[in-house]
Design a protein around this ligand. Structure first.
Ligand SMILES: Nc1ncnc2c1ncn2[C@@H]1O[C@H](COP(=O)(O)OP(=O)(O)OP(=O)(O)O)[C@@H](O)[C@H]1O
Length: 479
């Protein structure tokens, strides 16, 4: 992504200068310029858009912090204009606070403990009638709590407020593994209500509550802080309630950039169901990638080809071959996890010797693993930047350490995707009650997103026993 001096294509210009009211959906394959267009359109709207409330004229929302930081830095480096970029969560909590609705603290890691606490309280009133949710590799109790956490999140994202609604609900998107009886649902709903009252008592809310609070209190959100023009990047990973909340609070125009092929969080919504009108000219498609070489795109396509559900979806965007050629992606296999650290240092040195001014991303499954890479690199005198904090500098050359999830929306000259090991990717345990096919598809998309971050070279680092996704790649397309 870059907003440097780029000559936009006619399709991209059409998106940038599209009418300044109502909705616009920009779909496009990785590297097709969605972020670029969103930024150009943000600047276009800041000059040409109408301002109907004193709130922010143009607001750019992203799903994660890494992307919003990246965007801010790109704009600062190349333009005088100020584009406000923040995550949905930052924006939502700020609106709730500024409108005097709530200033509750948002919990994330503590959610498991609170759900457990709620379940234990409900148990005191009588026997719990709950389904068996045991998954391989997790204790029975933990599995059940994980299932309840997901179910509570589903209840909230479907805006279910009362038991009769839940009893009638079809639980779309919750897989077929766990079937709930009426008695199960009654118990789950009791636990859900108790969980909510515990949160309230502690003046806390969870991530799902932010969007819900905005929807439920939309009339109380002060009009003078409502944004005029909102643009969302990587919108495929927002939840239905988040999109609805944004839509209901946007005064003039809403631009949404998305690619279902890069959806790495499980979301089940249609644009229509969240109130986004994408009929006719309001839906645009960018089909040419400007980022990666032909060799990288062909390999990514051979992986994506295994997602049958995606390629049969009518929103599926096929990857077209770019004109730029480059080296074949490389597969490195390490016998053990420790060996991978050494392999990585060697590979980084090799890239740095050939391309001293370029940036290199090491993508890993967890922060713990990234810390190990950081340590190894430091031991060998190689500096690196950990893309965890808000202030990570994306623009200076060098080695960047980033998780699969945070790599979304970013790009690097050279990408090394690590940890391609059975049990790590796809991860060995899926959420209890999850649909196996859907779980595997999401894990595959994580790898697809990571691979398509690369501009010039791509290295895949597998550790024995290697990830089954490696077997899905066309063997003729890597060395
Ligand atoms: N018209 C163009 N001409 C040349 N380069 C372009 C053009 N449009 C975009 N690019 C470049 O292509 C790269 C990818 O663009 P961008 O990040 O906007 O794509 P994206 O669709 O948002 O990707 P993803 O969905 O994978 O995050 C960037 O380096 C950008 O500068």
């Amino acid at each position: 992504m870059a907003i440097k001096m780029i000559k936009l294509t006619e399709e991209q210009k059409d998106c940038v200068k599209f009418r300044t009211d109502g909705e616009l959906l920009i779909r496009g394959i990785p590297g097709s310029g969605k972020t670029t267009v969103v930024l150009e359109r943000a600047i276009y709207l800041s000059i040409n858009g109408e301002q109907v409330t004193p709130g922010p004229k143009v607001l750019l929302l992203t799903f994660n912090k890494a992307l919003s930081t990246y965007i801010k830095q790109m704009v600062r480096a190349s333009r005088d204009e100020v584009v406000e970029a923040m995550t949905f969560h930052q924006w939502g909590t700020q609106l709730l606070r500024d409108s005097g609705i709530t200033n509750y603290r948002t919990i994330s890691d503590e959610k498991e403990g609170f759900v457990k606490f709620a379940k234990n309280i409900i148990r005191k009133y009588g026997d719990l009638i709950l389904p068996s949710a045991k998954v391989h590799g997790m204790s029975e109790d933990r599995s059940l709590i994980r299932f309840l956490m997901e179910e509570i999140s589903w209840i909230k994202n479907n805006e279910i407020k009362a038991l009769p609604q839940y009893l009638d609900a079809q639980r779309i998107g919750r897989g077929t593994q766990i079937q709930l009886t009426k008695a199960h649902r009654e118990t789950i709903f009791d636990i859900y209500e108790k969980y909510q009252s515990i949160l309230k008592g502690k003046r806390c809310m969870d991530f799902d509550d932010v969007a819900l609070q905005l929807i439920d209190n939309s009339e109380r959100i002060l009009s003078n802080i409502r944004p005029n023009h909102v643009l969302i990047d990587e919108a495929q990973d927002l939840t239905a309630t988040q999109l609805k909340a944004i839509k209901s609070l946007t005064m003039k125009s809403l631009t949404v950039a998305a690619d279902k092929g890069q959806q790495i969080y499980r979301r089940g919504f249609s644009w229509k169901s969240v109130g986004i009108d994408i009929r006719g000219a309001r839906s645009k498609y960018l089909g040419k990638t400007f980022r990666s070489t032909k060799q990288i795109i062909q390999l990514a396509r051979s992986l994506q080809h295994h997602d049958k559900q995606l390629i049969n979806d009518n929103e599926f965007l096929p990857l077209a071959d770019p004109d730029t050629e480059g080296p074949l992606p490389e597969l490195l296999i390490s016998g053990k996890t420790n060996e991978e650290l050494k392999t990585m240092v060697r590979k980084v040195r090799q890239i740095q010797a050939a391309f001293p001014k370029d940036n290199i991303a090491i993508i890993a499954n967890s922060h713990d693993r990234l810390e190990e890479f950081e340590e190894s690199l430091t031991e060998h005198g190689i500096g690196s930047i950990y893309i965890k904090s808000d202030e990570a500098d994306f623009l200076i050359p060098g080695v960047k350490l980033v998780t699969f999830h945070s790599s979304k929306g970013l790009e690097f000259d050279h990408v090394i995707v690590t940890g391609l090991q059975e049990g790590k990717l796809p991860y060995r345990t899926m959420a209890p009650g999850d649909d196996y096919e859907a779980f595997i598809a999401t894990e595959r998309k994580k790898l697809y997103v990571a691979m398509t971050r690369a501009k010039l070279t791509l290295t895949l680092s597998a550790v024995a026993p290697i990830s089954p996704f490696i077997h899905e790649l066309d063997i003729n397309l890597y060395r």
